[in-house]
Design a protein around this ligand. Structure first.
Ligand code: AKB
Length: 318
C-alpha cells in the first residue's frame, strides 16, 4: 500500500496548529508537511517536521510542493471565517472556494485524498435549529456559509465524477488553547478563557442565551484524522458529516467558568452583525450519521473542556 504523505495547507491556523503535530505523531514527522502563507506560526509546527511557505492560490507552487514530497493526502484548512468574510466577500470566495478548487483539480490528476472542513456556518435561518439533521435545508446567509456549502458540494462532485477521495466534517465552533481563532462568530468561547484568567471579566458580543454547537480541539483533531482513515465502503455522507460535542450559551459558559473562578464577571453587549450570524446557525446538530458510519464519539463536554482549558492556560501563564 502507498505510504500516506500529508500536506497541511494553513498549518499555522487555529486547527492546523494542533492537527499538524497530531498527524506527525500518527504518520511520522517526515511524512507530514506543514505549509502556510507566512512563516511566523507556532514553533512546534515550524520545527518538528518539513515546512513550506505556500500561497494556496498559486497552483504551480502547490503542484511543486505536492510533487516534491510525494504527497498522497491534503488537509485544506485555509478559510476566511464568518464575521470577517462579511467585510471581504470577494476575498472570502477566492480563498475559501478558489484555493479548494486548486486542490481538487490537483487531487483529480494526482489521485490524492482531500480533507475539506465545513462548518455549522453552512446552515441558515431556514434550517431546523434544534437537532439539525444531517440532510436538511441549507440556505446560509453569510458569504462564509455559501463557500462552505459550495465546498461540501465540490467534494461530492469530485468524488462522484472523478473518484477523488474527498471527505469532510461540519465543525461546530472550536475551542482551543494554542492558536486563537480570528474573525469567527464563535470566537467568544475562546476569548472568554483568556480574559477570565487575565482580567477576571469579559464583555461578550453575543446575547447570553445564544446557543451554539461547540467542540474542544482534541476532539476536532481526532475527528479529522478518523474520518480520513474510515472504511470508505461505510461512508454515505462523505463530504459533510455533522459532528457535535457540546452546545451551550454564553450564560452557561460563564457559570461553568465561575465554578473555577468564582469572581469572574461577564456582561453581554451584542454586536448586531455577529448576533445575526449566530442566530442563523443551529443550536445543536444531530450527528448520528458520523457516529454510525465511522464511529465518531466526542470525549469533551462543557465541564471537561472548561477544566482542561483553564488548567492548560494557567500552566502556560506561569
Ligand atoms: C466561525 O465562527 O466562523 C467558525 C465556524 C463556526 O465555522 N468558528
Amino acid at each position: 500500500m502507498k505510504k500516506t504523505r500529508i500536506l497541511v495547507i494553513g498549518a499555522g491556523g487555529q486547527i492546523g496548529s494542533e492537527l499538524t503535530p497530531a498527524l506527525r505523531r500518527v504518520y511520522g514527522s517526515e511524512h507530514v508537511v506543514a505549509s502556510d502563507i507566512k512563516p511566523d506560526i507556532c514553533e512546534q509546527v515550524l520545527n518538528e517536521g518539513p515546512f513550506e511557505i505556500l500561497d494556496c492560490m498559486d497552483e504551480h507552487r502547490l503542484i511543486e510542493v505536492i510533487i516534491k514530497y510525494k504527497i498522497t493526502r491534503v488537509y485544506h484548512l485555509v478559510a476566511l471565517l464568518s464575521a470577517v468574510g462579511e467585510h471581504k466577500p470577494l476575498m472570502a470566495w477566492n480563498i475559501n472556494v478558489g484555493s479548494l478548487m486548486n486542490v481538487l483539480e490537483i487531487a483529480r490528476e494526482l489521485h490524492l485524498s482531500v480533507f475539506i472542513p465545513s462548518s455549522i456556518g453552512a446552515f441558515g435561518p431556514s434550517t431546523p435549529k434544534k437537532n439539525t439533521p444531517q440532510d436538511t435545508l441549507m440556505r446560509p446567509t453569510t458569504i462564509y456559509g455559501i463557500t462552505k456549502v459550495c465546498g461540501e458540494m465540490l467534494g461530492d462532485y469530485y468524488f462522484k465524477k472523478y473518484g477523488v477521495d474527498a471527505r469532510g466534517l461540519r465543525y461546530p465552533g472550536i475551542i482551543s488553547n494554542v492558536t486563537q481563532p480570528g474573525g469567527g462568530t464563535t470566537d467568544y468561547a475562546v476569548e472568554i478563557f483568556y480574559k477570565a484568567l487575565e482580567e477576571g471579566r469579559y464583555t461578550c458580543y453575543l446575547k447570553e442565551d445564544t446557543y451554539l454547537d461547540m467542540m474542544y480541539m482534541p476532539d476536532a483533531v481526532r475527528a479529522a484524522i478518523e474520518v480520513m482513515e474510515a472504511d470508505p465502503d461505510k461512508l454515505v455522507h462523505r463530504n459533510a458529516y455533522n459532528v457535535s460535542a457540546m452546545s451551550f450559551s454564553p450564560r452557561e459558559l460563564k457559570a461553568e467558568i465561575q465554578k473555577h473562578i468564582p469572581d469572574f464577571q461577564m456582561v453581554c453587549k451584542p454586536d448586531p452583525a455577529k448576533q445575526a450570524i449566530a442566530d442563523s446557525w443551529p443550536d445543536y446538530m444531530d450527528d448520528r450519521a458520523a457516529r454510525q458510519e465511522w464511529g465518531w464519539k466526542h470525549e469533551y463536554d462543557l465541564s471537561k473542556m472548561t477544566d482542561d482549558m483553564l488548567k492548560t492556560l494557567k500552566k502556560r501563564q506561569r
